[in-house]
Design a protein around this ligand. Structure first.
Ligand code: FES
Length: 133
């Protein structure tokens, strides 16, 4: 699969499993830059309303739920679990490694008060999916 477009899985219905594959971002990609809108992919490259790509040294997953875009880190804040393989129920995404659960509607808040999943504003502009980070 082309990693720039992801295919992070289907979000149809209330429950879905995210299925895209991933490779870790390198430490060299982690250079700090000022936040700005960054290109992710072309909208017509999104698979089933989802995408995964690297931006500003981070691997970002974007999914669509009820027509709304949600962009978040692919790496779980607990121990780096691959969030693109998480299970989605409504707007709650569960990490596949140890089950931390993140509410995407509440800025990635972990349901038990643990560390939140970093999330980012996302938009579509001129046929491009962009994230602000
Ligand atoms: S790595 Fe996600 S819950 Fe442990």
């Amino acid at each position: 699969m082309d990693e720039s477009t992801g295919g992070a899985g289907s979000t149809a219905g209330n429950r879905a499993t995210l299925t895209a594959t991933s490779t870790p971002a390198s430490a060299a990609d982690a250079a700090v830059e000022p936040a700005q809108w960054r290109h992710g992919c072309r909208v017509d490259e999104m698979a089933e309303g989802a995408a995964m790509f690297k931006a500003a040294g981070r691997r970002i997953v974007v999914i669509t739920i009820d027509g709304r875009l949600f962009a978040f880190d692919d790496f779980c804040p607990h121990s780096g679990g691959p969030m693109h393989r998480g299970e989605l129920e409504g707007c709650v995404l569960t990490c596949p490694l140890h089950g931390w659960r993140f509410d995407l509607e509440r800025q990635g808040e972990e349901l038990h008060g643990l560390r939140p999943l970093p999330m980012y504003p996302a938009r579509i502009a001129d046929g491009n999916l962009e994230v602000f980070l």
